[in-house]
Write a protein that binds this ligand. Structure first.
Ligand code: FAD
Ligand code: DLZ
Ligand code: SF4
Length: 512
């Protein structure tokens, strides 16, 4: 039976379910570059270049195996520029008896697939936890919190386990992983990859067609093949993993990567698997190369958080994206796109994002995310930003992180309390405040750090929704003791500051 096998841009692996029973003598693999995928949000230029180059390299690798690949390029004159249009055209070209595809990472594309002719949609088994296993697990537990999910994953997959208990005697080494970076410690230079001829062609294409999108296109240093991704993982395990835990939450001006792995774009598009990454980290611990706090902290991100957010996404969509528990409605300020702000922490994190299509977790959560939460940005607007600006962003992973973890718009489905913090947190975990016009120790007045009065204003504005949350009782007790005059000054300062921020005006056509 001749089968058309559709491979999407985030499925560039030979281990994808759509290819398991491929017959090279009869079947055709379809890969399509379509403008709709680059434009439904204004993706960072590096993200588009990374995926198109990874797709082109993967197509070459399949052809080298003798597999027939029908690859539609972005500049093909007959390109309809949508997935459905291209699948329909390919069905007319090849007259297959079946169209096989692996389920996508986005509800948006899942809906499209329902209209594809002859479609056999297969589960994506690249994850440790299937969608149905996640639902069953969460139903079986009274609480669906990440920590319990993660422990169950450790047991089920026998990762970092010893004599039926957790390796190192405790499940979670987080308390050891919150150190600021010492001033004299220099993180190692990072392994980046020089563009080859295929990538250079793609860079020219992206500059021509998407030059107006957010972010710098070059220097472009992402790996684009399976071999590159394995080298990037080797480098992380050897040079960074031992120190990863200690400085997992640290931030430093001018240091874009610290000890983070930089592997999320590879994991999410298929160049690395979650199983191999966890196995490599665990082996490094057993070989005495990396301490338990680093290895447990790293594995928790992948076996715990990554699997958990994916489970939440599919269990809760499509309703999940519609909730707005804190009724946040403010337009996204232009500074998210321009990076122009006197708040040094925001300028640093947005600068990294612009240069690298990357920022590490604490920058995303406690700086740009914290600001969006405290400022009451409309969830859909800040979600669009996060989906656009990171090379690793797909709806299944971005949405629960932003809608749930950052914005608390899901009313606590993801996290039991919002991660709201004043300037003191950023001051403790970074050196950003030293280069800032504002002072994290000043609460009110022109020198006051905006995060300070925005934090208290957030508590005041959301008293009805949050004050009965047991995990928020301490800040609300402090708020209760605050004199009315001070409360008044806080709300006034917050309103004046927020109203002074220029809003971002979306181009009329929004066709990016
Ligand atoms: P490391 O710090 O080295 O961590 C190792 C791996 O753990 C990552 O590669 C990633 O696969 C996984 N991981 C860590 N934290 C999370 C998490 N919260 N959710 C899912 N996986 C996690 N990650 C994405 O892959 N895509 C996104 O679109 C995305 N959006 C985010 C938005 C916000 C507001 C926040 C707070 C986090 C977001 N994350 C997202 C999670 C995390 O920030 C990135 O995975 C991480 O920064 C990627 O860099 P790294 O590979 O160096 O990660
Ligand atoms: C993000 C992206 C971009 C920019 N371009 C393409 C493309 O041209 N062709 C393709 O197959 N995939 C692309 N992608 C990734 C898709 O958006 C992703 O596969 C879907 O969102 C499903 O998760
Ligand atoms: Fe950010 Fe406030 Fe520190 Fe400035 S003083 S860098 S605004 S936390």
């Amino acid at each position: 039976m001749k089968t058309l096998r559709v491979i999407l841009g985030d499925q560039v692996t030979r281990d994808i379910s759509a290819l398991t029973d491929l017959d090279p003598a009869r079947d055709v693999v379809l890969m399509v570059e379509v403008a709709a995928e680059a434009r439904y949000v204004p993706h960072h230029k590096q993200k588009i270049a990374f995926l198109l180059s990874a797709m082109r390299h993967f197509a070459e690798a399949l052809r080298a195996e003798g597999i027939c690949v029908d690859y539609v390029k972005l500049d093909d004159p007959d390109n309809t520029h949508s997935f459905t249009g291209e699948v329909t055209r390919a069905v007319a070209r090849h007259a297959p008896q079946a169209v096989v595809v692996t389920e996508p990472g986005e509800w948006r594309v899942w809906q499209m697939m329902q209209d594809w002719p002859l479609a056999d949609i297969r589960p994506d088994d690249r994850f440790f936890c299937s969608r149905s296993d996640f639902d069953a697990l969460v139903k079986a537990r009274k609480t669906g919190r990440m920590e319990f999910f993660y422990r169950e994953m450790r047991r089920r997959h026998d990762i970092l386990m010893r004599d039926d208990g957790p390796e190192g005697g405790q499940w979670n080494f987080d308390p050891e992983n919150r150190k600021p970076l010492p001033r004299d410690l220099r993180p190692p230079p990072r392994r980046r990859f020089a563009p080859d001829a295929i990538t250079r062609d793609v860079l020219t294409l992206v500059a021509d067609r998407f030059g107006h999108h957010f972010g710098d296109l070059e220097p472009f240093g992402w790996g684009v093949t399976r071999d590159d991704a394995v080298l990037a993982l080797d480098h992380f395990i050897t040079d960074c993993l031992p120190t990863f835990g200690d400085y997992q939450d640290a931030m430093k001006a001018g240091e874009d990567f610290l000890y983070h792995s930089l592997i999320s774009p590879y994991l999410n598009c298929g160049l690395l698997t979650a199983r191999e990454v966890c196995a490599r980290a665990e082996a490094a611990h057993h070989a005495g190369h990396a301490p338990i706090n680093a290895v447990e902290g790293f594995i928790r991100q992948i076996l715990g958080w990554r699997e958990y957010v994916r489970g939440i996404y599919w269990a809760e969509m499509p309703g999940y994206a519609q909730t707005n528990h804190l009724n946040a409605t403010r337009d996204l300020p232009a500074l998210y796109w321009t990076g122009q702000t006197a708040m040094n922490c925001m300028a640093e994190c947005i600068g990294t994002t612009r240069r690298q299509a990357y920022a590490h977790h604490i920058q995303r959560l406690m700086v740009t995310g914290n600001f969006a939460l405290l400022a009451g940005i409309a969830p859909a607007q800040i979600e669009e930003w996060y989906l656009a600006v990171y090379a690793d962003a797909y709806d299944w992973v971005e949405l629960p992180n932003v809608h749930g973890m950052v914005m608390h718009a899901d009313g606590g489905r993801m996290g039991s309390k919002p991660y709201a913090a004043s300037g003191a947190y950023i001051d403790r975990m970074s050196d950003y405040c030293k280069g800032c016009r504002f002072d994290p120790k000043v609460k009110l007045g022109p020198r006051a750090c905006p995060f300070n009065y925005l934090y208290w204003n957030f508590l005041i504005e959301n008293e009805a929704a949050l004050s009965r949350n047991p995990r928020m009782s301490l800040p609300y007790r402090n708020l209760e003791r605050m004199p009315d005059m001070q409360r008044h000054e806080i709300t006034r300062s917050a309103a004046t500051f927020l109203d002074s921020l220029p809003a971002w005006s979306r181009p009329e056509s929004a066709s990016w």
